[in-house]
Design a protein around this ligand. Sequence first.
Ligand code: IVH
Length: 595
Amino acid sequence: MSAPAEKLKKLKADIAYHNHRYYTLDAPEISDASYDKLMRELLAIEAEHPELVTKDSPSQRVGGAVLDKFEKVTHRQQMLSLANALEQNEFVEFDERVRKSLGKDEITYTCEPKMDGLAIELVYENGEFVQGSTRGDGTIGEDVTENLKTIKILPLKLEGSTRGEPGNKKIPRTLEVRGEVFIRKADFKRMNEKLVKAGEEAFVNPRNSAAGSLRQLDSKLTASRPLSIYLYETGVVEGAEWERHQDKLKSLEGWGFPVNPKRWIVKGVDGVMKAWNELLAARHDLPYEIDGLVVKVDSSDERARLGQVSKTPRWAVAFKFPPEEMEAQVREIVVQVGRTGAITPVAELVPVFVGGVTVSRATLHNEQELRRKDVREGDWVFVRRAGDVIPEIVKVITAKRTSKVKEFVFPTRCPICGSPVKKEEDGVIQRCTGKTCPAKLQGRLRHFATRTAMDIDGLGDKVCEALLEAKLVTTVADLYKLTVKQLATLDRMGEKSAQNLFDAIQRSKNTQLKRFIYALGIPEVGETTGKTLADAFRDAKKLMAAKEEDLLKVKDIGPEMAKVIAGHFAEAENRAVVEQLLAAGVKPEPPEEVK
Ligand code: IVH
């Protein structure tokens, strides 16, 4: 072999290895930049030696063909869909039916994540990829061969099996494999950011973007989209048979297909429930979106005996998770004023069950977001709640919009104190300019009391509101002047709770400097910066006296942050609050000296 040919062979093997680490195992070993470098080296050699370019080279995944339309493909074996089990008892019923039909006490199942993407079929003849299609209606799909070829991890030519028996099989003459095309969460985010930057419309969710990207008539466009694929079933196979599904998956892996390594082989309902709970707990840490657990009878013989009803097999079921995205109607759009005066539009919704909880409001972030999404009162929208993030409005369902709905007018005055609203320099955040706005003060009180700040138990939203209403406080420092008697006059506050709250306030006097700094509610200063400042200045008064240039000398404090902090303490009221707190007996302990 010539030197360039040797080098190419090595590069191809390296690229394939890193594709496997990233796309199959979700454990990349190199950075995107290093991966790009390998790819560029390969392209350079191929440009100089066109005779060395082979069909299976990663350079051939850039797309090219532009089609007028997709040809229709009739699947040799129907592509089935799955029946759903929405709750545990529905899964128990499924298991009962299976056991009864087979006359067995306990079934062995393979459990796999239910990928939220687009079902496809790939056809290999003598190990070579010849055709790929979408599921379509299960009988007839669309020919998306050229587009599928652009997916980096999809093998164009199969490898001899390297796995041990019984997964180890010779490559069959004909092999139809089925799986799911999807886009990873991180890739989706990056892709959307690029689209928005280029002035194009962002995709609603990863599933949508995977479907949209695969169904492009210009395969170059598909090649520019970060598609992933996992295979999980077979269609017609000539030249191989498996006794169990788990062996089939091992064969697919051995031949070079990406197969999701996350899977369970379990027995009975208990085993399935364990897998389901494990997957649900891991859901938000997975790099891709899923909407449940697919539970499949493991034995091929048992599958054949169970057969199918209409379009769904009797040997498998999709045991779903609570949906993370739902349709909801916007009742009203209100604006909230935060502790820094930032004005946030919030959509009040007709309650829906989404992401495992009932959601009745969703943030719209700011005026720019509200305009971009063009959400209006009365609109139907997609609401999304993934993990413990704040519910969000993904998109308006414009098809459901009636002509009656009117564009939302963003207020020019603070809805709480009536002061003018001013846009920040960045043009995005709008703030109430009122110095004594009660909404700001309430937000500041609440923040001051928070567990990770001064940790005052019992000083929640309601109590903060009541304190302001009764005009008992005008700054956070006033908290330390409150008596048990005064607290007891508040609405719904008994003697005992008043005493407890009083004690909690007194206890909070002994605190750490980092908590104290964070509690002051300086814009942009979170817990981490609070600690950085405490370590650097070791004294509240020193921090207060620090000039912008002193702050800039602190590691991790950038110019923006330095300006904001110095600006905060340049205001006499802000300095007065610190003085009053210290005078009231608050003792912020400096951090321990590190040698
Ligand atoms: S098996 C007859 N396994 O779910 C069984 N499907 O509602 C055919 N899906 O159309 C599918 N992850 O798009 C299977 N691990 C998995 C899956 C999976 C996602 C999708 C697939 C299918 C739909 C069925």
